[in-house]
Ligand binder design. Structure first.
Ligand code: MG
Length: 492
């Protein structure tokens, strides 16, 4: 009987290894240096995070007033999620989750940190940037940071080699029109860990997108021969809105459309670079948003599409956001993923792709590689998602198609009193006094409370809420969580 050819090859390889070892030769041709990732490679990661971009703001999600061809191309070349969520409908908390894989309240980051904040991301938290740096990646953050503006909290202290951007929101400045002058100190622009412009003004804001774009492309050019991680956390379309002169008045969708079209052009530059340098096959590109649209700003806000409310609420319009990803060869083109996932899942998924160990402390996200790849039958790995907002308030939970709104106060828009010219309109407080139950599969707009007709579902979700409180706390019920960790405090 003739020997099996595969067995014969194995024996030959074994003989070669033994011979190389006997000669004291390095065996790198057979064993890659360092741990081998499950993918057998170190994919580049480009993570683009929009600010206040609504579920209905991209053409691939139904928008018709402006064009977003480059962002949409991520969907046509990869996957578009229809039920992806930011962990919280507000900027700092949302970013904390994206970069650490944790519910933001687990790590003590709440709301939107302003220039008076004395806290930020804790040194002990492990960010995606640090995880990738430990695997030899070059790393760069561009845009809005918002995890603490004191030097110890800035990107260079948390795994990034380079940084250019604003330390917090672009409306936290003294120049209006959104806030009253002198409410905030001057807004700085930071490069590395140095302030390069101590008083960003309107003209500076109109140049930010191009400046960010150039900085990102410079990083890509310098890093194209090694694995890289680009975190592009854009300042816009958060108000106040500014577009460069060559985009202003061009979209047909007002300043909001102009800003999005300029943003789209940046995405086009990044994708074009990947294509021109034959990096597409080895690059995972993710595009998502930190929370829903800030609807009270009227025509200066985006659209939540068919969803109820927007930013600042845990109705779907506040948390459900666009999410697109492409990675040719690993993610099939033109797919739509309806399973539920959240920003907390990005870190563990990237850890899987690059073969990195997860942090030793508890995190909340789970690996969604199968959802990204649209594997047949793949479902959300989570039984439950928790929607926290404000200072540790557990306001809603989600399990399967069911969503439970827990008693809390929510500030809703007043449709006939929206803002204009960059100024906010009126909002009205709605007191939710009893749990409200919605079936999102049949009622994406959260219009019909089924709590009375579905007592068993209600009971199950209330139990899940209680389990969440025990671990993560809930200021609405004065529950201290056993699993929460403090944010970082400013060094004296
Ligand atoms: Mg935001």
């Amino acid at each position: 009987m003739r020997p099996d050819p595969i067995l014969r090859l194995d024996l030959l390889m074994l003989w070669l290894v033994l011979w190389l070892l006997a000669c004291g030769a390095p065996i790198s041709p057979l064993c890659a240096e360092g741990p081998v990732s499950p993918t057998g490679s170190s994919p580049n990661i480009v993570l683009i995070f929009a600010d206040d971009l609504g579920f209905g703001d991209l053409v691939c999600y139904g928008q018709k007033r402006w064009k977003t061809p480059n962002i949409d191309s991520i969907a046509s070349q990869g996957v578009r999620f229809t039920d992806f969520h930011s962990s919280q409908p507000v900027c700092s908390a949302s970013r904390a989750s994206l970069l650490t894989g944790c519910y933001a309240n687990r790590i003590g980051i709440h709301g939107a940190l302003g220039p008076a904040a004395m806290n930020g991301i804790h040194d002990d938290e492990l960010l995606v940037s640090e995880l990738l740096k430990s695997k030899g990646y070059k790393t760069c953050a561009v845009g809005k940071w918002h995890l603490g503006h004191h030097p110890q909290f800035l990107p260079l202290k948390h795994g990034f080699d380079r940084y250019l951007g604003l330390p917090y929101s672009n409306d936290m400045w003294p120049h209006g029109p959104v806030v009253k002058p002198k409410t905030f100190p001057e807004l700085p622009l930071i490069r590395g860990d140095q302030i390069i412009d101590s008083d960003v003004d309107a003209l500076d804001q109109s140049r930010l997108t191009e400046q960010y774009s150039d900085f990102a492309l410079e990083f890509l050019e310098d890093s194209k021969d090694s694995p890289f991680f680009l975190y592009f956390a854009h300042t816009f379309p958060h108000v106040p809105l500014y577009a460069a002169e060559n985009f202003r008045g061009k979209s047909g969708g007002g300043i909001y459309g102009d800003v999005l079209e300029e943003f789209d052009a940046v995405v086009g530059r990044i994708l074009g670079f990947l294509k021109d340098n034959a990096l597409e096959e080895n690059t995972l590109v993710i595009f998502t948003s930190d929370n829903g649209p800030w609807l009270t700003y009227g025509e200066h806000a985006g659209s939540a599409g068919p969803l109820r409310e927007g930013k600042g609420t845990v109705y779907e319009g506040g948390t459900r956001v666009p999410m697109l990803a492409k990675w040719p060869g690993r993610i099939p083109a033109g797919k739509v993923q309806d399973a539920t996932a959240m920003t907390i899942d990005i870190l563990p998924t990237i850890a899987n792709f690059v073969g990195a160990e997860l942090p030793s402390h508890p995190i909340d996200g789970l690996d969604i590689a199968d959802l990204l790849a649209c594997k047949p039958g793949a479902t959300s790995p989570h039984e439950v998602f928790y929607h926290y907002f404000r200072q540790g308030e557990l306001q809603a939970i989600r399990s399967g198609e069911w969503k439970l709104m827990l008693p809390h106060d929510v500030y809703c828009i007043v449709p006939d009193k929206l803002g204009s010219d960059g100024k906010p309109g009126q909002s009205k407080m709605r007191k939710i006094t009893e749990p409200e139950l919605y079936h999102l599969g049949q009622d994406i707009g959260e219009t019909t409370n089924l709590a009375a007709s579905q007592p068993e579902v209600l009971e199950r979700l209330l139990e899940l809420a209680q389990a969440g409180r025990k671990e993560l706390g809930d200021s609405l019920t004065q529950t201290k969580g056993t699993g929460i960790r403090p944010s970082g405090k400013k060094d004296r």
